[in-house]
Design a protein around this ligand. Structure first.
Ligand SMILES: O=P(O)(O)O[C@H]1O[C@H](CO)[C@@H](O)[C@H]1O
Ligand SMILES: O=c1cc[nH]c(=O)[nH]1
Length: 244
């Protein structure tokens, strides 16, 4: 271990989380309110924005950390402490017609277009743990969500996605773009964790509909419902607990 992270975090070994859930979102306070409602005994660790709690008695950490550089931090630390599993949540932009707002995506492979992965030995792509990705896909489908599996890409910056860049991602087979998944998967492999991602579709990158444009009410409601559902699906898939 590269530091005494127990002391740094203010965490006791008996409290070791069985699961880390990381999420990328601009709306950190909203996500925390929504996600932490499913946990008991919630407290913020000494690392700001890293929340510890119990789900059905099982210790879990939730951190809404935006972008590759931040998402690798809780993975790096909790992975070294012995947390076995991490699930990445967040939104993604569609690179393929047919991915509509509120659909869910479980990446089967994630292209690296961010800067954090190389520090963890990941250069071109990252892969999730097969059985965890499979479980996420199964619980999402069983809950009635429209689910896509395939290659995605994780990029470094949100506001600069010129068409030449996007076309390159599409040529390499990516169906959606987010900003964290490849970094989380590569950092998880570095510290020996099982890892997978569950994203919800927001914008249509190829079609030119930005996430800044309001969606029609029905699509907006479907997107919000998918976003809301993601955390319970992750808990169920990773811990085997049905959502309450
Ligand atoms: O970081 P990811 O999950 O890619 O999400 C990013 O994309 C969203 C907009 O589509 C923003 O909320 C931002 O957090
Ligand atoms: O990186 C991202 C994430 C969501 N939507 C996008 O267009 N890009």
């Amino acid at each position: 271990m590269d530091q005494d992270w127990w002391t740094v975090l203010g965490l006791a070994p008996a409290e070791l989380p069985a699961l880390l859930v990381v999420e990328g979102s601009w709306w950190r306070r909203d996500r925390e309110r929504q996600r932490l409602a499913l946990l008991d005994e919630v407290r913020e660790l000494a690392a700001p924005d890293w929340w510890w709690g119990r789900h059905r008695g099982v210790p879990v950490v939730y951190a809404c950390v935006y972008g590759a550089a931040r998402t690798v931090e809780p993975v790096h630390v909790l992975g070294q402490l012995g947390t076995p599993t991490v699930v990445q949540l967040g939104s993604c932009g569609a690179l393929l017609p047919g991915l509509a707002p509120g659909h869910l995506v479980v990446p089967s492979r994630v292209l690296v277009a961010e800067g954090a992965s190389t520090f963890y030995g990941g250069w071109h792509a990252a892969v999730p743990t097969l059985d965890l990705a499979g479980r996420l896909a199964r619980v999402a489908t069983a809950a009635g969500h429209t689910l896509h599996r395939g290659t995605t890409v994780s990029t470094e910056v949100l506001l600069r996605q010129p068409i030449e860049l996007v076309e390159g991602w599409v040529r390499r087979g990516a169906v959606a773009v987010d900003m964290e998944s490849s970094a989380t998967l590569n950092a998880a492999r570095w510290c020996g964790m099982r890892a997978a991602a569950l994203l919800h579709v927001w914008d249509d990158v190829v079609g030119g509909r930005s996430w800044t444009q309001p969606l029609p009410p029905r699509e907006a409601a479907r997107r919000e419902a998918a976003e809301q559902a993601q955390f319970a699906l992750a808990l169920e898939a990773a811990l085997g607990t049905a959502s309450r």
